[in-house]
Ligand binder design. Structure first.
Ligand code: PGA
Length: 322
C-alpha cells in the first residue's frame, strides 16, 4: 500500500503540486497560499484535487471555513517541505559550484610558507581547474604592506600584525629549529645549552623577516645574545651557507621538508624549537568570495593534514610535529 502510494506520488504528482500543498500547509489556508504563489484560489484547489486523486487519498477537509489536513495530507505536506528544503540547499550548492568554476584566488604569503603553500595548492587546483591562482611571496614586512592595501584574498603569516584590523585563523604549527651540517661537532650532542648555541657563528634572516622576529622575541625572553656572523635574505641561501660550514641558524622546520634537508640536521638545543603557528589572515572589512571561502575550508579540512603527513613521512624534525 505504502509502496503504491509512493509510486503514484512519484509518477503522477508534479513538484508544483507538492509545492502548492507544502505552501498551504505552511500558511494554513488556500487563500494565503494562492496569494503567496501568485495563483488564483481555484487553481490552487484544482491542483490539490489532482494531487489527491494521484495518491487516492483525501488531503484535507473543510470544516466550516477552516481547513484541516488529514493524516495523509499532513504526511505528504511534511515530506514535500523536506524535499523543497533539500532542493533549496542543492540550488545553493550548485550556485556555489558555478561560482567556483572560474575566478581568481590571490594569496600573499611570507617567504617561509612558500615551502608548503604550493603543495597545498596542488590538489585544490586539480579539483577546481578553472581557478586562476595568483601567489605573491615576500618577507613579513612586505606582506604586511600588501595586507594594508587589501588587494588579496588571504595573507599567510606566522606572526600576523597586531595593528591591522584582521580576521585570522590558525591552521598549522610552525616550529623553528636550530640547524647545522651533519658533520658539525654539536650535531652529535644530546643536549645543547642556549649558552653553547650563542657562541656559534649564527646566520640570521634580514630585518622585516618573520623568522627573525620570532628569534628576536625568543632571545629577549631568554636574555640571550647570538653571535650573528652574517645576515642573509633568504632561507635557501641560509641553508646553503650552513651546509658550507659558515655557521648555524634557526629556521622553520618547513624549510627542511619539501625542499629536502640536504645533509642538514636539527640540533638538540634546550628550549627549542620556538613554537609558532601559521595563520590565514584577511582584512576584517572584506567578505570572502565563494572561492576564498572554499579554499579556507579546504586548508582546514585537508590541506594541513597533507603537510603534517609530509612532516611525519620525512621523519626529519621535530618531536612536536610527530
Ligand atoms: P619570513 O616569515 O619568511 O618573513 O621569515 C616567516 C614567518 O612569518 O614566520
Amino acid at each position: 500500500m505504502a509502496k503504491n502510494l509512493v509510486q503514484n506520488l512519484s509518477r503522477a504528482a508534479t513538484l508544483r503540486q507538492l509545492e502548492i500543498l507544502a505552501t498551504v500547509y505552511r500558511l494554513g489556508s488556500i487563500k494565503a497560499a494562492s496569494e503567496f504563489l501568485h495563483l488564483t484560489q481555484p487553481t490552487v484547489s484544482m491542483q490539490l484535487k489532482k494531487l489527491s486523486e494521484s495518491v487516492g487519498m483525501s488531503l484535507y477537509q473543510m470544516i466550516g471555513r477552516k481547513l484541516t489536513f488529514t493524516d495523509s495530507g499532513r504526511e505528504i505536506a511534511q515530506s514535500a517541505t523536506r524535499i523543497f528544503g533539500e532542493l533549496g540547499a542543492l540550488e545553493m550548492r550548485l550556485a556555489d559550484l558555478r561560482g567556483l568554476k572560474a575566478g581568481a584566488l590571490r594569496l600573499s604569503v611570507v617567504t617561509t610558507s612558500k615551502y608548503f603553500i604550493p603543495h597545498m595548492l596542488g590538489p585544490f587546483c586539480e579539483r577546481y581547474p578553472g581557478i586562476d591562482i595568483q601567489l605573491n611571496v615576500g618577507n613579513r614586512r612586505q606582506i604586511i604592506e600588501r595586507l594594508e592595501k587589501g588587494g588579496d584574498d588571504f595573507y599567510v603569516f606566522s606572526h600576523p600584525p597586531e595593528d591591522v584590523d584582521t580576521v585570522s585563523t590558525e591552521f598549522l604549527l610552525n616550529p623553528l629549529v636550530a640547524i647545522a651540517p651533519a658533520s658539525h661537532p654539536l650535531a652529535r650532542k644530546r643536549r645543547i645549552s642556549l649558552a653553547q648555541l650563542a657562541q656559534e657563528p649564527f646566520l640570521m634572516r634580514e630585518q622585516g623577516s618573520g623568522t627573525r622576529f620570532a628569534i628576536e622575541q625568543f632571545l629577549q625572553k631568554h636574555r640571550l645574545k647570538l653571535n650573528v656572523k652574517m645576515t642573509i635574505e633568504s632561507n635557501e641561501a641560509i641553508k646553503h651557507a650552513v651546509m658550507s660550514g659558515l655557521g648555524i641558524s634557526i629556521l622553520s622546520a618547513h624549510t627542511l621538508t619539501f625542499g629536502g634537508n640536504a645533509g642538514l640536521v636539527e640540533l638538540r638545543v634546550e628550549k627549542l624549537p620556538i613554537t609558532t603557528s601559521w595563520h590565514m589572515v584577511w582584512p576584517k572589512s572584506k567578505s570572502l568570495s565563494p572561492i576564498a571561502d572554499r579554499f579556507l575550508q579546504y586548508v582546514h579540512d585537508e590541506g594541513r593534514q597533507l603537510i603534517e603527513s609530509e612532516f611525519r613521512r620525512t621523519g626529519l624534525v621535530t618531536k612536536q610535529l610527530r
